[in-house]
Design a protein around this ligand. Structure first.
Ligand code: PBG
Length: 324
């Protein structure tokens, strides 16, 4: 009798055989770990909507960066919480700003870790918007000038990679030129090329204290309904000199990662954002899901979709599991 000739289950019968035919693997090398740096000393304040994540002063950030690197994770991504905010986000591009201080301290203590800095104004402006606001509108070109100053200031403090997350038009090219003109032609740009206006950033805005005081970010971040536009955004940033292209958030946009993978040979990063992290943590706390398995499944899914790099608040937890 000819009863299924091909039995898919043969390749699933033991962990050893499953491992042998596994198509996608995860490694701590794939991860970038985001950190929130605040002024002060001995500060370590848990972010209530992101369990296990903290606003930390430079001393504690250095310790965390050491731990992160020891787990085999090659990079951290820094966000700053300034001492004071104003309409032009001055601390963003101050050479003694909090991110600049943290970069110097981390590079001093852990020279081999890659320090990536988020380049945006929203954490530094008193209105919480990503740029200069005039007549109720974010002004693109004046904002780009400040972003160039910010990126340059990060590079001067020793940042290994700058990551503009503002979504202003033309900023990648302008930042590339500013870096090149000042002797930083070797500093790569990881561009938040495809960044959607997403509700999944909710917990981050508590962490970075960057909720807009009025309005939202839909005038510059992408409409969740658009996919072809994502390809165009990525193409523009590549033309302007981006070295790594990012898609953000990750899980609701796996199709975008996949389409980009087919359209570019550039490294692709995916940002597994705060809301994607917090919903798993919340479900785990409620006893509704196995949080560890949901975490690993999310991360492998993002990698399978085509991401080379995953920016994730799960980096340390996942690296611990992977190293066992
Ligand atoms: C902007 C920025 C945001 C995130 C990273 N960079 C927030 C926003 O656009 O409002 C979100 C990251 C996350 O949700 O984990 N500087």
């Amino acid at each position: 009798m000819f009863f299924p000739q091909y039995r898919a289950r043969r390749m699933r019968s033991s962990e050893t055989i499953r491992k042998m035919v596994r198509e996608t693997t995860l490694s701590p090398d794939d991860f970038i770990y985001p950190l929130f740096v605040a002024h002060g000393k001995g500060v370590k304040k848990e972010i209530s909507s992101m369990p296990g994540n903290f606003q930390q002063s430079v001393d504690n950030i250095v310790r965390d960066a050491k731990e992160t690197f020891a787990l085999g994770i090659p990079a951290v991504l820094l966000f700053g919480i300034p001492a004071a905010k104003d309409s032009r986000g001055s601390e963003a591009y101050a050479d003694d700003g909090i991110v600049q201080q943290a970069v110097r301290a981390i590079k001093d203590a852990v020279p081999d870790i890659l320090v990536v800095t988020d380049v945006c104004l929203c954490e530094y402006t008193d209105h919480g918007h990503c740029g200069i606001v005039e007549n109720g509108e974010i002004q693109n070109d004046p904002t780009v000038e400040l972003l160039c100053k910010e990126a340059l200031s990060h590079a001067r403090s020793g940042a290994d990679i700058v990551a503009p997350s503002d979504m202003m038009d033309g900023r990648v090219g302008a930042i590339r030129e500013a870096l090149d003109d000042s002797g930083y032609s070797g500093t790569p740009i990881m561009s938040y090329a495809v960044k959607y206006a997403s509700s999944f950033y909710g917990p981050f805005r508590e962490a970075a204290e960057s909720t807009p005081a009025y309005g939202d970010r839909r005038s510059h971040q992408m409409d969740p309904a658009n996919a072809r536009e994502a390809l165009r955004e990525a193409e523009l940033d590549i033309d302007e000199g981006a070295d790594i292209i990012m898609v953000k958030p990750a899980l609701p946009y796996l199709d975008i990662i996949c389409r980009l993978r087919e359209n570019t040979d550039h490294p692709i990063a995916a940002y597994n954002v705060s809301g994607e992290f917090s919903m798993i943590k919340a479900a785990e706390r409620l006893g509704w899901m196995d949080g560890r398995r949901a975490m690993m499944e999310s991360l492998i899914g993002i990698k399978r979709a085509g991401a080379d790099i995953i920016i994730t608040y799960f980096a340390k937890e996942a690296a611990e599991i992977l190293s066992k």
